[in-house]
Design a protein around this ligand. Structure first.
Ligand SMILES: [Fe+2]
Ligand SMILES: [Fe+2]
Length: 173
C-alpha cells in the first residue's frame, strides 16, 4: 500500500496505485501525487479582488448544490438514486472545503435544503443537470479571470469534475 494525496483537495488516499478519480473531490488521476511530493499551495498572500469574489460566489454555489443533493438523496425512493445523490453531495461538500481553504474561512455548515429538491428522482436529475451546467459555465469564466496559478488550477479542475457530473445526470434525467 502507498500513500497518495490529491493536489486539488489535499486529502490522503491509501492504495496500491493512485485512483482514477479522487474519492473525495472527484479530480482525475493526474492530480494524485505520492504524499512526499504534495505541497500545500492554498496560502495565497495577495489574492486579487476578482478571484476573491469568484471564490466567494463558488463557495455559495457549492454549499447550495451540496444542500440540494442531500435533500435529493433523502427524498429518493430507491437505493441507486439515494447513493448517486449522496455521492454528489459529498463531492460538492468537498469542493466547499477546498474553496474555504483558499479563502481561509471556516467551511459553512451544510444541511439538506428541503425547498430546493423535489420528490421524484427524475425531476432532481433534471435539476442537477441545470445546476452542474451553471457551475461549469461559471468556473470556466472564473478560471479565465484568475491571475493566480493555484486559483486557475482549482477552477479548471472544478470545470472538469462538474462536467463529469453533467454526464451522470444526462444519463438519468
Ligand atoms: Fe481530491
Ligand atoms: Fe462542485
Amino acid at each position: 500500500m502507498k500513500l497518495f494525496r490529491c493536489r486539488i483537495c489535499g486529502d490522503p488516499y491509501l492504495g496500491a496505485a493512485p485512483p482514477s478519480f479522487c474519492p473525495f473531490c472527484g479530480a482525475p488521476e493526474r492530480y494524485m501525487v505520492p504524499a512526499e511530493e504534495y505541497q500545500d499551495r492554498n496560502y495565497i498572500p495577495d489574492l486579487s479582488d476578482r478571484s476573491r469574489a469568484n471564490l466567494e460566489k463558488a463557495l455559495e454555489l457549492e454549499v447550495a448544490n451540496a444542500s440540494f443533493y442531500l435533500c435529493a438523496s433523502a427524498c429518493s425512493p430507491e437505493p441507486v438514486s439515494q447513493a448517486m445523490f449522496k455521492a454528489l453531495a459529498k463531492a460538492e461538500s468537498e469542493h466547499a472545503s477546498v474553496i474555504s481553504k483558499l479563502l481561509h474561512t471556516k467551511k459553512p455548515e451544510i444541511r439538506p435544503d428541503d425547498k430546493a429538491c423535489r420528490k421524484e428522482p427524475q425531476a432532481n436529475f433534471a435539476e442537477s443537470h441545470e445546476r452542474e451546467k451553471r457551475a461549469v459555465a461559471f468556473y470556466r469564466q472564473a478560471a479565465a479571470e484568475a491571475v493566480e496559478e493555484r486559483v486557475k488550477e482549482v477552477f479548471s479542475a472544478l470545470v472538469e469534475i462538474e462536467s463529469y457530473h453533467i454526464g451522470l445526470s444526462e444519463a438519468r434525467k
